[in-house]
Write a protein that binds this ligand. Sequence first.
Ligand SMILES: Nc1ncnc2c1ncn2[C@@H]1O[C@H](COP(=O)(O)OP(=O)(O)OP(=O)(O)O)[C@@H](O)[C@H]1O
Ligand SMILES: [Mg+2]
Length: 237
Amino acid sequence: MDALMSTEIVVGDDVRHRMQIIAVANQKGGVGKTTVTMQLGAALSRRYRVLVVDVDRQQSTVWWAENLRDRLPFDFAGNQNPKVLTRLRELQVDYDFVLVDTPGSLEDTPVLETVLDVADYVVVPLTPEPLAVEPTLRTIHRLIEPRHLRHSVLLNRIDARIPSQLDTWQQLLDTTWGVPRFSAYLRQYKTQTDAPALGELVTTLRDNRRTTGTIADVTRVGFEMTEQFASSMSGRW
Ligand SMILES: Nc1ncnc2c1ncn2[C@@H]1O[C@H](COP(=O)(O)OP(=O)(O)OP(=O)(O)O)[C@@H](O)[C@H]1O
Ligand SMILES: [Mg+2]
């Protein structure tokens, strides 16, 4: 593993600026936490200094990052002991965004709670499947809301061939469940499924008919994300 991929989290006493710690979380497995962390990290890295941290024992991001090697557009700290997260604020490097990929299993709830205790914002990926709903709402109501954390659900794996799917799920989120969501969403693409094995991210993909939907979707999420922080960051950009 090269140096970039094993970025050491070095902490010090001088806190120079306000970085934003974004947890990507949902206790439902397989909804796209790792995909969103890596792709959103790449999109944000076009304009901002980004660190991606993985605290999931599965270490999916590590394999993905290894396949990218020197094309990784952000700093990466895989395999982190969650204890280091409590000191993330004191990082000596000037990151604008720290994205944290978290585990999707109930046994790892303490790890997730450690991340949420230090996070500024939570992205909650959700796939349009009935079985994903209850665990997602539980994550929001039991873990995120009690901490008064800003959060937004991000619909993922939307099937463009089912015309009413997006509308139905957006309405459920807005009206039935009353949880905040991104206007942007990610569609289901083979490019996304293949990206970890091929060592691709939106920043390394060549824009063509096969990839353009993925690039556009992730870019929109990145813009919406930074807009949400526009006021707190306006002093710096
Ligand atoms: N928009 C998408 N289009 C196509 N495939 C996707 C999309 N998002 C995620 N996937 C695929 O779905 C699977 C699960 O995604 P991912 O690993 O990101 O979920 P996760 O929430 O991190 O899972 P876990 O809870 O196990 O950590 C992966 O094979 C991934 O490539
Ligand atoms: Mg994962």
